[in-house]
Design a protein around this ligand. Structure first.
Ligand code: ADP
Ligand code: S3P
Ligand code: MG
Length: 198
């Protein structure tokens, strides 16, 4: 597929058309909405959506908590780096990473070489509301998961701030609205995204 074939919408429908020139890599805390917003953003742009956790799970035929329990976090992190490197070789798309991926310098280098990073910023209360009833995040399996979340948040925010762009989540912003907000942020970078019908 060449770069002109990726513009998705039928001009007759009046839907905006876009040309994505670089992969967009969503980073940020667990529960920030990287997976949900990334999928909606990819649909708006008509480009592939990839999620590093999903790719790791599919390759291992195990869930993320099962991989942490069986093989440990360092094993998971190695697979995460391999998957991010592989996915960034593909045509430009939206890549949602797991919350820990951007912490590794190697991953940040891979991402900045091939794509643009976008931090989905969200405060701890919002994140907690989204993750508290789920047991899919092994790092929160502690005696006091709310406190653990706060500690992880405090340690990671300075690193997420290194992302190229950021978009802030609010409790009243739906997944669709957040995807539109990220899209608008990307349009501030013509080297990343352009409307082809404007
Ligand atoms: N803007 C939003 N509004 C409402 N619910 C959301 C929003 N973004 C994410 N969610 C929900 O919050 C949970 C965590 O989102 P998810 O996309 O898995 O986050 P991440 O991939 O960053 O860990 C999911 O149940 C998701 O549907
Ligand atoms: O924050 C982290 O270190 C992790 C976040 C998870 O992904 P999400 O951010 O999509 O929940 C997943 O990769 C794993 O549980 C580790
Ligand atoms: Mg996710």
């Amino acid at each position: 597929m060449n770069e002109f074939e990726q513009t998705p919408a039928d001009p007759a429908s009046g839907k905006p058309q876009y040309r994505l020139k670089k992969s967009v890599v969503l980073v940020g805390m667990m529960g920030a909405g990287k997976t949900a917003v990334g999928r909606a953003l990819a649909a708006k742009l008509g480009v592939p959506f990839l999620d590093s956790d999903h790719e790791i799970e599919a390759a291992a035929n195990l869930t993320v908590p099962e991989i942490f329990a069986r093989d440990g976090e360092p094993f998971f992190r190695k697979r995460e780096t391999e998957v991010i490197a592989r996915l960034l070789e593909e045509q430009p798309g939206i890549l949602s990473t797991g919350g820990g991926a951007f912490l590794a310098q190697e991953n940040r280098d891979l991402i900045s070489a091939k794509g643009v990073s976008v931090w989905l910023e969200a405060d701890v209360d919002l994140i907690w509301n989204r993750v508290r009833h789920r047991n899919t995040r092994p790092l929160l399996r502690s005696n006091n998961p709310r406190k653990t979340l706060q500690e992880i948040f405090t340690a990671r925010v300075p690193i997420y701030k290194l992302a190229n762009l950021s978009t802030t989540s609010k409790p009243d912003l739906s997944v669709e609205k957040m995807a539109s907000k990220v899209l608008d942020t990307l349009l501030s970078r013509p080297d990343v995204l352009e409307r082809t019908d404007a």
